[in-house]
Design a protein around this ligand. Structure first.
Ligand SMILES: [Mg+2]
Length: 121
């Protein structure tokens, strides 16, 4: 069981991915964009972050970049509808553990969480 900060502006995705995480026995802290996630991280220390990329106010790549620039090594898995070819390369270069296209396969996502928790960044 892990405490997971789930960042996504889509309530549908928060519901859908939230269901997968709950079924996997995880506890979820929801946030609707990178900015509110950063705010939450001032007072909360999740085990892992799952983040969407395309979001208003602060997108997932900027969020990931800010965390790593601050020396925060918390594992981050990106889940996005943005299927541009470079997106995965950029995210992995910035220290993301994995990238999934929406909607992610539940079993694959849960397996990636276990793997990310095991190896960190
Ligand atoms: Mg989005």
């Amino acid at each position: 069981m892990a405490i997971i900060l789930h960042v996504d502006d889509s309530s549908f995705s928060r519901l859908q991915i939230g269901k997968v995480l709950k079924n996997g026995g995880h506890e979820i802290i929801p946030a609707d964009n990178g900015k509110s996630a950063l705010e939450l991280l001032r007072t909360t220390t999740p085990d892992l972050i799952i983040s969407d990329i395309l979001m208003p106010d602060m997108d997932g790549i900027t969020f990931l970049e800010i965390l790593r620039n601050r020396g925060n090594t918390i594992p981050i898995i990106m889940v996005t509808a943005d299927v541009q070819k470079d997106t995965e390369t950029i995210c992995l270069a910035l220290g993301a553990s994995a990238l999934f296209n929406k909607p992610p396969n539940g079993d694959d996502l849960l397996a990636a969480i276990v793997q990310a928790l095991g190896k960190g960044v």
